[in-house]
Ligand binder design. Structure first.
Ligand SMILES: Cc1cc2nc3c(=O)[nH]c(=O)nc-3n(C[C@H](O)[C@H](O)[C@H](O)COP(=O)(O)OP(=O)(O)OC[C@H]3O[C@@H](n4cnc5c(N)ncnc54)[C@H](O)[C@@H]3O)c2cc1C
Length: 545
């Protein structure tokens, strides 16, 4: 990696927070309109009858949403629904007691839901929003509108699978009668139809079954690149309407999008770092901005290891995680850019990284709950500490190592951290501190705007050396990382302004000018504290794991 290239293209940002994307509302609207237009096919026909419900989950988009288009094709009317599940939004905690969803991600998701409603309205529909558990809400709605099917995106991790199972059971209890009081006719129960839609390569196009997925990423990548191809984005009809003509009043109308206050949360907006806007329109705007307007795609491979500013990497991850952005759409745009501008290592590398994302998603289907367990998929037995004071110094950015502290502060303030930063803080926590990696993973789960169970726990198990690939066991040396990726201390002094007065080469090595280092560097297994809690493989108070 070329550190100079990294810092020049990502020149910050000394003061105020930077919006991502930075396009005006008009520009974003124009990009979204043009993109929708390009993906609309007037020749699409619907051949179904009755009503179909679409249950939106981590697929908060209209463009390239196969569940939505399939529901439209199989019905005369579609009812889109989003459930604000209290198990995700309201005060639920993880095993280690952190909130399930911190305010910044909740805010981002609320914006995504609002934008989805807006885009559905433009397409002749609306979004029904309810607070409660999907397994309680969806059967009631399906009954009120006499739906024959509930369509939803298929998920892979156990919390999501658990809810899918309950929804299916709930729908089995629904009795739908048709034809009024005289001559009532019973219809079959509504069914739950789950559609694959989260990855760039479709699960059905893999050259192996998920159970036979290679355990080494390179083998997976080479196999899909040579034997599979990425499907085109699904086309949209000019209108997705109408919504159902009856039943909505009975269930209280369309409902309102929650506010953060109604979720019991409040955000203090950071005056620094990046401020991501939630929603499909912002996502499409960011793709346009990064690829076409700023022309950053052609240098991605040289800049992607940066840490400061909006443009060293794509910043697509928050929208990908919420499903406001389709990975197939990104692939399509990369190909278009390669045709119209340039095809080089950088343009390919974005797809290379998206294959990592796919890989973790498929791995989570293969390995199930073991990605959440201390020993990981390989059931590695090793000793970990749960020392609270050490952990809190890491979490709060008080370790005495500027590179760690700056990254952890960025995470708390913005909900984002670069990939370079994530690898460094993960290595420090598990190798230098010897702390139970699940504490770090759960803190990331709480804070990250782009939190995705498969990518988060997949990367943490790799970092902790308990991942499926036994060869991945890497130590990140902080001095080396600092010299390579932040040689002038620009990043650390941005987040730790007290270091700005030091000479550039000292900012990452401030000695007594900064707080004391909480542990010496280099992982030393012999110095770990014994802790009764360790090796706990089960998480009994979780419904997921
Ligand atoms: C400990 C740890 C935890 C992580 N947790 C998450 C998480 O919860 N959600 C998440 O989306 N990513 C996670 N990542 C992966 C990666 O750090 C982020 O996807 C990336 O930093 C997002 O920034 P970007 O969109 O600018 O990425 P870019 O560099 O622009 O990459 C483009 C896209 O490729 C995908 N990608 C890139 N690297 C990875 C990777 N290592 N694993 C999976 N997908 C990747 C992402 O979807 C990303 O948006 C984690 C990495 C580590 C080391």
């Amino acid at each position: 990696m070329n550190a100079a290239a990294s810092s020049s293209s990502s020149r910050p940002v000394r003061g105020a927070a930077v919006p991502v994307p930075s396009l005006s509302a008009d520009e974003t609207g124009a990009v979204a309109d043009e993109t929708f237009q390009r993906h609309t096919s007037p020749s699409l026909r619907r051949g179904g009858a009755g009503v179909a419900v679409v249950w939106f989950r981590n697929d908060l988009r209209v463009l390239d949403n196969e569940a939505l288009v399939r529901a439209w094709a199989a019905s005369e009317a579609v009812l889109p629904v989003f459930c604000v599940d209290p198990r995700i939004f309201e005060g639920s905690t993880h095993y280690f007691g952190f909130p399930k969803t911190a305010a910044l991600r909740a805010q981002f998701l609320v914006e995504c839901v609002g934008d989805l409603k807006y885009n559905l309205k433009k397409k002749g529909l609306d979004l029904l929003v309810r607070t409660g558990k999907p397994e309680e809400i969806l059967p009631t709605i399906a009954k009120a509108v006499s739906a024959h099917t509930v369509y939803a995106q298929k998920e892979t991790c156990s919390e999501e699978l658990f809810v899918e199972g309950l929804v299916r059971k709930g729908l089995e209890q629904v009795q739908i009668t048709q034809g009024g009081t005289s001559g009532q006719k019973k219809s079959p129960n509504p069914r739950l139809q789950l559609i694959w839609g989260a990855t760039m390569y479709h699960i059905d196009d893999l050259p192996f079954t998920v159970n036979n997925l290679p355990d080494v990423y390179t083998q997976f990548r080479k196999a899909v690149e040579s034997k599979s191809s990425v499907r085109n984005c699904s086309k949209l009809p000019p209108s997705l309407g109408p919504p159902p003509s009856y039943g909505l009043d009975e269930i209280g109308g369309w409902g309102a999008i929650p506010t953060l206050e109604s979720l019991g949360l409040s955000v203090t907006k950071s005056e620094k770092g990046m401020h991501f806007k939630g929603g499909e329109n912002a996502a499409l705007g960011r793709v346009h901005e990064y690829f076409w307007k700023k022309d950053q795609l052609k240098v991605y491979k040289e800049t992607r290891n940066g840490m400061l500013g909006p443009d060293y990497s794509t910043k697509f991850s928050p929208w990908l995680a919420s499903g406001s952005l389709s990975p197939r759409y990104i692939c399509e745009e990369v190909k278009r850019y390669e045709k119209q501008r340039v095809a080089n290592d950088s343009t390919y590398w974005v797809l290379f990284e998206l294959i990592w994302r796919d890989y973790f998603k498929f791995l989570s289907a293969k390995y199930g709950n073991s990605i959440f367990h201390l020993g990981g998929p390989r059931k590695v037995v090793s000793k970990w500490s749960q020392d609270q004071a050490l952990f809190e110094s890491w979490r709060d950015g008080r370790t005495g190592y500027p590179l760690i502290d700056a990254n952890m502060m960025e995470l708390s303030a913005t909900g984002f951290m670069s990939n370079r930063g994530r690898q460094i803080v993960c290595s420090f926590l598990v190798r230098d501190m010897g702390i139970d990696w699940r504490m770090g993973a759960e803190w990331f789960e709480t804070c990250l705007l782009d939190y995705d169970p498969a990518s988060n726990y997949g990367n943490w198990t790799y970092g902790a050396g308990v991942g499926n690939d036994p060869r991945e066991d890497r130590y990140f040396s902080i001095p080396k990382q600092a010299k390579t990726y932040d040689p002038e201390g620009e990043y650390v002094s941005y987040w730790l302004p007290e270091l700005r007065s030091l000479a550039k080469e000292r900012r990452n090595f401030p000695g007594a000018s900064y707080i004391r280092q909480i542990v010496p560097l280099k992982f030393d297994g012999g110095n770990q504290k014994k802790d009764q809690q360790f090796n706990r493989q089960r998480r009994p108070n979780m419904y997921r794991r």
